[in-house]
Design a protein around this ligand. Structure first.
Ligand SMILES: [Zn+2]
Length: 275
């Protein structure tokens, strides 16, 4: 008898352990999106007002899930506010619209500095980390569940959604990339037909950008994308979302495979009159 009571208690504990987090998440997503958060995304995400309502509603739910699951920490004296959390969550979740996917399942922590930061790191300890910045770092994506960002650069990138520079889109593209087990410019691809050409298109465009960078020739995409395939994917993502019309015109195949992967056409948002 005692044995069966023990078995039942273990089963109840297992069921509760599985059920409670799901119920909490469901409740977090079902909760109303606070009007203060709407004001933040309208103020800080340059393209938000141009999104059709179904995408805005999707984005709000993704933001709620993101904020429920991820932990934010301020560094360098920065105090984390709702403005910081909601702005970063909104931009990160732009990459997930219309896609059947989890919300960055491996990501746990977002660390935010007030501005460019310096990391004192021992040589040889950089596996799985991709960093951006010259004098100081503007962003870093770790494959073990961490993203680090400079808030002033985040805000600058989110306000101007048309200059092709966006550190949040960049770092979270690295997060998507690392979900496949390596940060190498090949994220997990759902088996749509149009993605068969992914490798050929991205490697061809990467080589072209490398040539442009060597020659010092101007290009639509930042030459930083010529660093390696991982940076190429991250820079392409920034360009796809922020300069979609130019990419579609000058890099049509690349635009099509990214459109297929991200399942949105950002030209629709850029062409709508700004309000
Ligand atoms: Zn990068």
């Amino acid at each position: 008898m005692g044995y069966w009571i023990f078995v039942v208690l273990v089963l109840v504990a297992v069921v509760l352990a599985l059920l409670v987090p799901r119920l909490r998440l469901k409740a977090a997503i079902a909760a109303p999106f606070p009007p203060e958060w709407v004001a933040i995304v309208e103020r800080n995400i340059g393209v938000y007002r141009n999104l059709p309502m179904p995408l805005r509603l999707q984005l709000r739910n993704l933001i709620k899930q993101f904020l429920h699951e991820k932990h934010f920490t301020g560094a360098g004296g920065l105090e984390i506010t709702d403005e910081i959390r909601v702005t970063i969550a909104a931009e990160a979740c732009m990459l997930l619209l219309n896609r059947k996917t989890h919300v960055y399942p491996a990501l746990r922590y977002i660390i935010v500095y007030p501005s460019a930061f310096v990391v004192d790191r021992a040589q040889g300890s950089e596996e799985g980390i991709v960093s951006e910045g010259r004098k100081g770092l503007l962003g870093e994506s770790w494959s073990n569940g961490k993203v680090i960002l400079a808030w002033d650069n985040v805000l600058q990138g989110s306000s101007n959604f048309a200059d092709g520079q966006n550190v949040v889109l960049h770092e979270f593209a690295h997060q998507l990339d690392s979900e496949s087990g390596g940060t190498n410019g090949a994220p997990i691809l759902v088996g749509q037909n149009c993605l068969r050409t992914w490798a050929a298109t991205l490697s061809g465009e990467f080589e072209e950008l490398q040539k442009d960078a060597w020659k010092g020739k101007r290009s639509l995409m930042d030459h930083y994308g010529a660093t390696n395939p991982a940076e190429f994917f991250a820079v392409s993502t920034e360009t796809f979302f922020e300069k979609p019309a130019q990419m579609a015109e000058h890099h049509a195949e690349l635009f099509e495979v990214l459109k297929c992967y991200y399942r949105v056409d950002p030209r629709d948002w850029q062409s709508t009159a700004q309000t």
